[in-house]
Design a protein around this ligand. Structure first.
Ligand SMILES: Nc1ncnc2c1ncn2[C@@H]1O[C@H](COP(=O)(O)OP(=O)(O)O)[C@@H](O)[C@H]1O
Ligand SMILES: [Mg+2]
Length: 415
């Protein structure tokens, strides 16, 4: 690590505990460098060295393979540690991280050096540290020393080591799954998962015997030259431009979902628009931020696996985005991407979705209930649909359908 070419905000760091006041004011100034999207948190514990993710700093990193993802929807018992921290009330966050080093995975022999060229979203209490590095890449560091120690309500002391590990494993495994399929198009190009050693500053440790370095995991991805949907004012766009962006984003999310990758945080701040040709069918829309993402193949209860079987239905067509997003576009409406005013809350985005996809040959057809057009959709497999609308439906007759054996064989594909 070479911090000699540090950026302006760094200055010299008071190293003794007697200079706590100036140290705190230094750390306070660090909070102000907190930029970019995502949740913000004040630091709960200031007895830690300032973060090293500053412009000009170089790191030697080593390739690292993460352990399996864990957390909600995954095997209940594969969480490597409890969610709530024991010991954080008696130790500083820094000491706690030193006493509880990173968990699992395997380190490879491949090395490379990266140099930070620009801060994107860095600071204490902001979860992963995100910076631009050389060769057009972005590095996302999962460093628990700078993770928020309190949950979003300020009630529960979090085990930051687990939080950082969970984010790393989920994001790295998801990127691994995307690689060669979608990365470089609807997701950023992926350059692998890595680990680095950061020297330990023992002036911040109270009588604790510590090793000389600590490991931090990171992923490398393509730098996206664009803005998130949150950073663009949709009221300045035409209706065609707004809906073009929104539906391209929806199709990207839907494509991932059909491949067993459920994003779980699909909101404007995690959707990047690369370019200014907002009305063009070729504008690149990229989904980022896979730390909450769930991969169906790791899921214990088949929650999403069950849904994945839908494309293997008797009509061999994937489910329509209408079904997924029916009644689910309120957040995009709140940010101005879909009209809000004058609409009944139950109607938001539904006509737009319908107009866009209802006659698409790419998806399993879906029907609106003529008696309640903004209510639940009718799926061709519903009993209600069968009874009432079977005659008018455009699907093959029972005789044309595959046999039970053929259906079973089809449902095994991709398992
Ligand atoms: N590959 C990237 N290229 C450019 N900017 C990025 C990239 N990844 C993240 N960012 C920026 O950093 C912000 C936070 O990134 P994100 O991955 O969503 O972090 P978090 O997991 O904390 O939500 C994004 O809103 C975006 O502005
Ligand atoms: Mg995010």
């Amino acid at each position: 690590m070479d911090a000699s070419k540090d950026d302006k905000s760094s200055g010299s760091i008071p190293s003794t505990r007697s200079s706590r006041i100036s140290q705190n004011s230094y750390l306070n100034s660090l909070e102000r460098e907190y930029v970019g999207g995502g949740r913000t948190k004040p630091p709960q514990d200031r007895r830690k060295p300032p973060h090293p993710y500053t412009r000009g700093t170089s790191f030697s990193i080593t390739r690292h393979k993460p352990g399996e993802p864990f957390g909600y929807l995954y095997e209940a018992d594969n969480r490597p540690r409890p969610k709530r921290a024991k010991g954080l009330s008696t130790m500083s966050q820094y000491e706690y991280c030193l006493a509880n080093p990173s968990l699992g995975g395997t380190t490879d022999s491949e090395h490379r050096t990266i140099t930070i060229t620009e801060k994107i979203r860095v600071g204490d209490g902001c979860e992963a540290q995100i910076v631009r590095v050389n060769n057009g890449m972005v590095a996302k560091f999962y460093d628990p020393v700078y993770y928020p120690t309190l949950d979003e309500y300020g009630w529960v002391i979090r085990d930051i080591v687990t939080d950082a590990e969970e984010d790393y494993r989920n994001e790295a495994n998801t990127f691994g799954e995307l690689q060669g399929k979608f990365d470089g198009t609807i997701t950023p190009k992926y350059y692998g998962s890595w680990t680095l050693d950061i020297p330990v500053d023992s002036t911040f440790v109270d009588g604790l015997k510590v090793c000389s370095k600590r490991a931090v995991r990171l992923v490398l991805m393509e730098y996206l030259n664009g803005r998130s949907m949150l950073d663009i004012d949709p009221t300045k766009l035409s209706e065609n431009e707004r809906l073009n962006i929104l539906f391209k984003a929806i199709e990207a999310e839907h494509t991932l979902w059909l491949h067993g990758i459920t994003h779980c945080d699909f909101y404007p701040h995690n959707i990047m628009i690369c370019g200014e040709a907002f009305g063009s069918p070729d504008i690149r829309i990229c989904i980022i931020d896979f730390n909450p993402t769930r991969l169906a193949r790791f899921e214990s209860d088949y929650f999403h696996k069950g849904e994945m079987k839908i494309p293997k239905n008797r009509w061999r067509l994937p489910i329509s985005p209408i079904t997924t997003w029916w009644g689910g576009l309120h957040d995009f409406a709140a940010h101005g991407w879909i009209p809000f005013d004058g609409y009944h809350p139950n109607r938001i985005g539904k006509d737009e979705l319908w107009d866009r996809y209802h006659d698409s040959p790419l998806y399993l057809p879906i029907f609106r209930n003529p008696e309640d057009p903004y209510g639940d959709l009718l799926c061709p497999e519903d009993d209600a649909f069968r009874e009432k609308y079977r005659r008018e439906n455009p699907f093959p007759s029972e005789e044309d359908l595959p046999s039970a054996e053929e259906e079973e064989a089809a449902s095994q594909v991709g398992k």
